[in-house]
Design a protein around this ligand. Structure first.
Ligand SMILES: [Zn+2]
Length: 274
C-alpha cells in the first residue's frame, strides 16, 4: 500500500515536472518569437538611431552603383558613347567628391557585369547609409533633356503616360518577403534625399528639367537604406551626350549631388527628424 502510494506520488511528481518544463518551453518560445518580431519592426528605427548617434564620429557609408557593365552596355549615344562607360566615369567622380566626409563603396570599379540583386546586396553587406544607382536616360525623342531622380515605388506614378519603360523595371519572381519590403520602410527617407538633391541641382541648372519620380525599380527594391536611381542626362540627345563626356560638367554635377547628400544628413541631425 505504502509502496503504491509512494509510486503514485513519484509519478505525479514527474508528471508535474514535465508539465512545468513544457510551460517554461512554451514561454521561452513565445519570448523568442516576440523578440524576433520586435527586432524586425524596430530595425528601421534602430538603423536611424544608430546613424544619428554615429554621424559626426563615424563617416556614413554611401554606396554608388554605376549602372550596367560588361556585356550589358546600356544605352548608346548618337556618337556611340556607351552608358556603362559614362556611369562608371561619373561614379568615380562622385566618389572623389564624397571622399571627404563619407566612406564610399562602389558596386563595380571595372567594366564588369553585375545582376541587379547583387548590386543591392553589395550595398546592404557593408551596412550602407545611402544607395545611389547611376544611369543615363534614353528617349525616342532626341530633343528630350534633363535629369531624372527615381525612388522606389511599386507602380510608376505616370506609368500610363510614359513613352519609354522605366530603367530596370521588372517583376521579381521568387523574391523573399523581406527583400521586397526592404525599401518600403525607407520611402520617406528616400523622398527626403531626392528632394535635397533636387534642391542643389536646381541651384546649378536653374530652369533645367529635373524630375522626381517613383518607379518599380528592381535595383532599389531590396536596399535596406534610403535609395535612389539618378539618370544624370539624356544620352539619346547629342548635346547631352557631349556634356556627359565633359569632365568639368560632370564635376559640377557631382558637387551638386554631394551638397544634396550633405543637406540630407544635416536635416537628419535636426531635433524631431524621423
Ligand atoms: Zn541604364
Amino acid at each position: 500500500m505504502s509502496i503504491r502510494i509512494a509510486g503514485d506520488r513519484g509519478f505525479s511528481l514527474q508528471k508535474s515536472k514535465r508539465k512545468t518544463f513544457s510551460v517554461m518551453l512554451l514561454k521561452l518560445k513565445f519570448v523568442v518569437l516576440a523578440v524576433t518580431v520586435c527586432i524586425f519592426l524596430m530595425a528601421p528605427a534602430i538603423h536611424v538611431a544608430a546613424k544619428k548617434q554615429l554621424f559626426g564620429t563615424i563617416q556614413p557609408v554611401v554606396v554608388i552603383d554605376p549602372g550596367h557593365g560588361g556585356d550589358d552596355t546600356g544605352a548608346t549615344g548618337p556618337d556611340g558613347s556607351p552608358e556603362k562607360v559614362i556611369t562608371l566615369n561619373f561614379a568615380r567622380i562622385l566618389a572623389a567628391e564624397l571622399d571627404r566626409g563619407y566612406k564610399v563603396v562602389l558596386t563595380r570599379t571595372t567594366d564588369s557585369m553585375l545582376d541587379l540583386e547583387k548590386r543591392t546586396s553589395l550595398a546592404n553587406y557593408p551596412r550602407g547609409d545611402l544607395f545611389i544607382s547611376i544611369h543615363t536616360s534614353a528617349s525616342y525623342n532626341h530633343g528630350t533633356t534633363g535629369i531624372r531622380i527615381y525612388w522606389y515605388q511599386k507602380f510608376a506614378e505616370d506609368s500610363l503616360t510614359r513613352s519609354e519603360p522605366p530603367p530596370n523595371a521588372a517583376a521579381q519572381p521568387g523574391s523573399s518577403l523581406l527583400w521586397t519590403q526592404a525599401q518600403d520602410r525607407f520611402r520617406e527617407d528616400s523622398l527626403s534625399l531626392a528632394d535635397n538633391i533636387r534642391g542643389r541641382l536646381d541651384d546649378l541648372y536653374e530652369a533645367r528639367d529635373i524630375r522626381l519620380q517613383g518607379a518599380p525599380l528592381l535595383v532599389l527594391q531590396g536596399a535596406n537604406m534610403p535609395a535612389l536611381l539618378i539618370e544624370i542626362g539624356h544620352l539619346s540627345n547629342p548635346k547631352e551626350e557631349n556634356k556627359l563626356n565633359d569632365q568639368p560638367y560632370l564635376i559640377d554635377l557631382a558637387r551638386a549631388i554631394r551638397r544634396g547628400i550633405d543637406d540630407y544628413f544635416e536635416q537628419e541631425k535636426q531635433p524631431g527628424a524621423p
